[in-house]
Write a protein that binds this ligand. Structure first.
Ligand code: 1GP
Length: 257
């Protein structure tokens, strides 16, 4: 088995030290912000204490190299692709979450996009980090685009079945996604169940808009907390104050637990 690459190793190191990792998601869609602004957001997020920058979105398409170069020029923490499609790849990142949407109805999101992308990942010398991607209700754009059979919010045992299957298949991370900007984040009992049963790190994203919500997700057992919308909304105005509060809160939640 291949050793973990440098980006994943550095995330695991933070996880060992703090018991929780915070990742900032930036949508590279040029309609959202210029590459310069994306770089600025990444820099402020790093200063606030985030542990890595994820770059991706369900609708991003086309040229993202400029955004990646701008972000890479501003931060030392790992820059990790979170591709919404094959078009979400760039040689200028450190690593790529090689994610299979396990609860999709469509083979494209399970394995076909991956076979199209794999040779480019090799050619770009990108570090792949395998991720089982599971979309939970309400699911948002990712759920719609990914043709997901959304995991019902009141059925944590279904998520557990997927999570264990993913672990047995050798995925490095299990990601529970409620959808970007979701009104309701992944239910805490679902996170608690998976965290008590799985050995691989659990990432959670979607709909965490306050430090308190993120802290509750951390206390429930999530090891990787992903935030996009809340940071996008606040960081340029408050210079990362809210983000820094969130990061402290998720770390405190682990100390109390
Ligand atoms: C992306 O769900 C995360 O997978 C981000 O969600 O934009 O709601 O933080 P938010």
């Amino acid at each position: 088995m291949a050793d973990p690459g440098p980006a994943w190793k550095s995330i695991l190191k933070v996880l060992k030290e703090n018991r929780v990792v915070h990742l900032t998601l930036i949508d590279p869609d040029p309609a959202k912000q210029s590459s310069t602004v994306a770089g600025k957001i990444a820099k402020l997020a790093e200063a606030a204490g985030t542990n890595g920058i994820m770059v991706g979105g369900s609708t991003a398409f086309g040229i993202i190299d400029e955004t990646l170069q701008s972000i890479k020029g501003q931060v030392k923490i790992p820059v990790l692709l979170f591709p919404g499609n094959v078009s979400g790849l760039s040689r200028f990142a450190d690593a790529v979450f090689f994610m299979s949407l396990l609860n999709s109805r469509t083979t494209y999101w399970l394995i076909d996009a991956h076979t199209l992308a794999a040779r480019y990942i090799k050619g770009f010398n990108l570090e792949p980090i395998s991720m089982a991607y599971l979309i939970v209700q309400p699911g948002g754009t990712a759920g719609y685009v990914g043709d997901a059979r959304l995991i019902p919010r009141n059925k944590p045992e279904i998520a557990l079945g997927f999570g264990l299957a993913a672990q047995y298949m050798g995925f490095q991370i299990v990601y529970l996604e409620a959808g970007s900007g979701a009104k309701n984040a992944v239910p805490l009992p679902m996170i608690e169940l998976l965290s008590s049963q799985l050995d691989v790190p659990i990432a959670v994203g979607g709909g965490m808009s306050t430090p308190e919500q993120a802290a509750a997700v951390s206390a429930a057992g999530a090891e990787i907390i992903v935030q996009g919308t809340a940071i996008e909304r606040t960081i340029l105005e408050d210079n990362g104050k809210q983000l820094s509060k969130t990061i402290k809160a998720i770390q405190q939640a682990k100390k109390r637990g």
